[in-house]
Design a binder for this molecule. Structure first.
Ligand SMILES: [Zn+2]
Length: 49
């Protein structure tokens, strides 16, 4: 379990896989899983061209 770095919403561990991109239910930001135990993630920055 962790908290969204953008809005602080609680994100429950639902069996995510390393590198998986999830969407915060609170603010819709995309988060990339960087660790599963413990659950850690960073805001996924999609490069725009
Ligand atoms: Zn959020």
């Amino acid at each position: 379990m962790g908290n969204c770095p953008e809005c602080g919403a609680m994100i429950e561990d639902e069996g995510f896989e390393l590198g998986e991109i999830i969407e915060c239910e609170g603010c819709g930001v995309e988060l990339e899983i960087t660790s599963v135990a413990p659950l850690e993630f960073v805001v996924f920055e999609e490069e725009e061209k």
